[in-house]
Design a protein around this ligand. Structure first.
Ligand code: SF4
Length: 344
């Protein structure tokens, strides 16, 4: 059953909350138009309804445990969710504030370059928790958060029911009203989940974490590649493009001496040439638990040039806030270590 915070206006209107029907409209308005997450602050609701809501529909206990700001304005938030943590990053751009949000606490996918998976999967994050994190993050951004990337900890397609409830809620015109076109979902490539997402009529951008241009190389860094070949994953992405008309982004983390050579650039090009894909190159983020290093600027540019020579649209992701451990999973791991060192 959905939590009261995750209900649409219509679903909320159909609940059997005590009081006049217009109270349900007021409640929806407080939640999703005003982003008020404390029943006591809903000043036009009667006291007995507030007491009922507090007792029967408590909101998840979420708070910001740490907030760090980098020199470039990037902010890293560590949310306390019960007895664990989830991370989010606010990126400030010329065109507005963007939030990178986690969909799971930890992750079980085991990608070797990623800090989020080091302690495994703890649990899925619920739709109402994601809604609360988005609304709370607005207190830390320079303006209203108008863009969202589901690229923090976790594999969103493994938690698709909750992710879809969350997305439908925040794109709703009578609520937070974020444009679906300003939302990206990043996946390591689960074909069934991609196909299900394609049927949702949510024109969001799908980003595929590919990171290697052939199965043998991909299996060395991404265990999911043992379950699905690149061909199978790209077939699902092709269907996503056909169904939504949206371009798919290929995320490619460049690791020095591993996947950053001319041969790999050519192989990558052959996979997607002539199709509606865009490549986002990411110099791999060094994390202390692993020994990957990013290539130098020259090599990065060479790789980009080779793709562009084949008329592939390529961007290089801006490195944001690396001095505050802005890569997904790093801040939570620090918090877990601190807790363990303190005997918590
Ligand atoms: S890259 Fe994504 S899917 Fe892979 S381990 Fe990290 S969070 Fe999980």
């Amino acid at each position: 059953m959905k939590h009261i915070l995750s209900l649409s206006r219509r679903e909320l209107a159909q609940t059997d909350l005590p009081g006049q029907p217009f109270r349900r409209k007021q409640l929806y308005h407080w939640f999703h138009e005003k982003q008020v997450l404390d029943y006591e602050q809903m000043t036009n609701l009667p006291k007995d309804l507030i007491e009922f809501l507090k007792a029967e529909h408590p909101l998840p206990a979420i708070s910001v445990a740490r907030a760090l700001t980098a020199e470039d304005g990037t902010k890293k938030l560590l949310f306390a969710l019960g007895d664990d943590y989830a991370e989010a990053v606010i990126m400030e751009y010329r065109y507005g504030s963007s939030l990178c949000l986690s969909t799971q606490i930890g992750c079980r996918m085991g990608c070797t370059f990623c800090a989020s998976t080091i302690h495994g999967l703890v649990r899925n994050i619920t739709a109402e928790e994601m809604i609360m994190m988005l609304y709370l993050a607005n207190d830390y951004s320079s303006g209203r958060i108008g863009r969202l990337v589901l690229m923090g900890s976790g594999e969103p397609l493994e938690n698709l029911d909750e992710v879809l409830t969350f997305l439908h809620r925040i794109v709703s015109e009578d609520g937070y009203n974020m444009s679906a076109r300003h939302i990206s979902l990043s996946s390591c490539g689960l074909p069934e989940g991609i196909r299900r997402l394609a049927k949702e009529e949510l024109p969001i951008t799908l980003a595929l974490s590919l990171h290697a241009p052939n199965d043998a190389l991909r299996r060395q860094i991404m265990p999911i590649a043992k379950a699905y070949t690149i061909r199978e994953v790209l077939a699902a992405c092709d269907e996503y493009i056909a169904q939504t008309g949206r371009r798919v982004t290929i995320e490619y983390a460049l690791i020095e001496g591993f996947n950053d050579g001319a041969q790999q650039a050519r192989e990558l090009s052959q996979l997607i040439q002539g199709k509606l894909y865009h490549v986002n190159l990411i110099p791999v983020n060094p994390i202390k638990e692993r020994q990957f290093t990013p290539p130098d600027r020259e090599r990065l540019k060479e790789f980009k040039n080779l793709l562009e020579a084949d008329r592939i649209h390529v961007t290089i992701r801006r490195e944001l806030g690396s001095e505050i451990a802005a890569s997904c999973g790093q801040l939570r791991n620090q918090a877990i270590e601190l807790k363990m060192n303190a005997g918590g």
